[in-house]
Design a protein around this ligand. Structure first.
Ligand code: LRH
Length: 456
């Protein structure tokens, strides 16, 4: 088996990048060759993704990467572009934080929350594709719906399809069969013909000027979970960036009423796995404060570390979903929860980090209780793995060791699925993870018990 050199295009809510990965049976090295901002644009009343700027960023990155053996694309979930009969894009994709889904709860009730969960296994999030489509004015004139990574792959190759890990976040997929839920689509008033054929990670989509474009776990969280350097099965993961996706890896979905009530989701993973997790609001709360203040995140966190634990809030309160005025919303939430209102910026940051650590603990505990899978370690991957305060407080809250890193787990998952498809390495997820462990540094945090009175 020879080593391969592949390009991983990874689009996040705040930035995109192209990373070149060189991988073989016992080697893995990554290098970022291009990074570009992802700046959502509000035009009229609607918050859009600037999809052409993102595509240009991918093209620039691929040019900077030079010759590669494969290209894989992943991005955030749920959002899509609509195409007309000629395959032309009908308007800019709308951002999942746009307010058009304000009526999502009503749509959920109309469709039947229990039935929806029994079929799709997805937690209620107002921006799930199914709820966005209920507020989609262009549905009647659309011929095709492509999720963001599938749209970019279409532009690169001319081939349309729907990669299954990301398709599972639409809430229009049957989680047990891994096929489109066409009956549900009919109930939701969505034409099944809109949706292209599904494809599993590891299949070749087509070629971009002679280079194979390979389906990876195109939902960024699916690739991140591949990139978790777990040693054995008893692990929980936190893919920590704009969101914290907290859960366990399973073979089959958990579709119980208790699971639905706990708002746990069964997203599909690479190699037939299920990502059983909860969306915790994540570092979005901090990112929005930093954007508002024009401050330095590192300095704020160093100051926050010197502060005692004081106020904690529920970071998953939907009031935090839209952008803007985050510090004021956090202060309000403290007041409503009868918590001391933070008096300065470091106190607000401390409140965010303590609240996230507690939410991580709740999700790790619930994931175990609801799935019956016990864990003895928590892996923290993604940008949040750099946040030493959050890692330590998460270890303390969970009472479990936290293994932090790699920061680039998503790109690693993307690269490894491509490398395996190209025949440069073989084996299941355990084998891929052993390669990550052998090549990527991690940091370990041991839990320091908190007095009972201080537990959230
Ligand atoms: C993280 C993520 C998450 C989704 C959200 C829309 O980037 O893909 O898994 O729930 O974005």
């Amino acid at each position: 088996m020879r080593n391969v050199r592949v390009a991983a295009a990874d689009l996040g809510a705040a930035s995109g990048r192209v990373i070149v990965g060189e991988a073989g049976a016992d080697s893995l090295a990554l290098r970022e060759v291009h990074r570009f901002p992802n700046r959502p644009v509000r035009a009229g009343r609607t918050l859009h993704w600037d999809i052409l700027a993102l595509y240009q960023g991918v093209l620039d990155g691929l040019r900077a990467a030079g010759p590669v053996d494969g290209i894989g694309i992943d991005s955030w979930a749920v959002d899509y572009g609509l195409l007309d009969a000629d395959g032309a894009l009908l308007g800019n994709p709308v951002h999942y934080r746009d307010e058009r889904t304000a009526g999502a709860k009503g749509n959920l009730e109309r469709l039947g929350a229990r039935e929806l969960y029994a079929t799709t296994g997805l937690q209620f999030l107002p921006f799930n594709t199914i709820h966005q489509l209920a507020a989609e004015p262009r549905l009647g004139i659309a011929h095709r719906l492509l999720l963001i990574p599938d749209l970019l792959a279409y532009w690169l190759t001319g081939e349309q399809g729907a990669e299954v890990t990301n398709a599972s976040t639409t809430q229009l997929l049957d989680v047990k069969t891994r096929r489109w839920a066409t009956g549900l689509m009919a109930n939701a008033g969505v034409d099944p013909a809109l949706f292209p054929e599904l494809r599993e990670p590891g299949t070749v989509i087509g070629d971009a000027d002679g280079t194979p474009v390979i389906a990876v776990g195109s939902h960024d969280t699916a690739s991140a979970v591949v990139g978790v350097p777990a040693e054995h099965e008893r692990f929980a993961y936190i893919s920590c960036g704009t969101w914290s996706l907290v859960g366990v890896e399973l073979d089959t979905p958990v579709l119980t009423e208790a699971s639905r009530e706990a708002n746990f989701t069964n997203e599909l993973g690479v190699d037939g796995t299920v990502r059983y997790l909860r969306n915790v609001m994540g570092l979005w709360l901090l990112q929005e404060c930093v954007r508002e203040w024009g401050a330095d995140t590192g300095e704020l966190l160093r100051e926050a570390e010197k502060r005692p634990r004081a106020a904690v809030i529920d970071p998953d309160d939907p009031v935090f979903l839209p952008p803007g005025a985050m510090a004021a919303r956090i202060a309000d939430a403290c007041e409503r929860a009868d918590q001391p209102v933070p008096e300065d910026r470091p106190a607000i940051v401390r409140c965010v980090v303590d609240s996230l650590a507690d939410a991580h603990r709740r999700a790790v505990e619930d994931a175990q209780a609801l799935s019956g899978k016990a864990v003895d370690v928590v892996h923290m991957v993604g940008g949040g793995a750099r946040n030493t305060l959050l890692c330590q407080l998460t270890a303390d809250a969970c009472g479990l060791p936290v293994v932090a890193g790699p920061v680039e787990a998503t790109a690693i998952g993307n690269v490894l699925v491509q490398a395996r498809a190209l025949g440069a390495l073989a084996g299941d997820l355990t084998r891929l993870r052993a390669l990550i462990r052998a090549t990527q540094p991690v940091t370990r945090y041991q839990p320091v018990p908190r007095p009972r009175s201080a537990r959230g």
